[in-house]
Design a protein. Sequence first.
Length: 81
Amino acid sequence: MKTNIKSLRREIKVSQQVLGEAVGVTRQTINALENGRYNPSLLLAYKITQFLNEQYYEDNIEEYYNIEDVFIMDDEDGGGI
């Protein structure tokens, strides 16, 4: 699975450690997600998306990212039918 976590995280100047602590996982898990070596649970994907939205857009909920904007499924991930 591909993600936009790294670029979004860097835009808001948040470390892997801080993001991991905010969503309840280790820095290593965030690193694995960013490098496509780990597929998150739906709950973890939601928590990461919410954290990034809250940091990036604050209260402008109309601009919030969807999970699909942060986590990109491709056919190799089983996303196709």
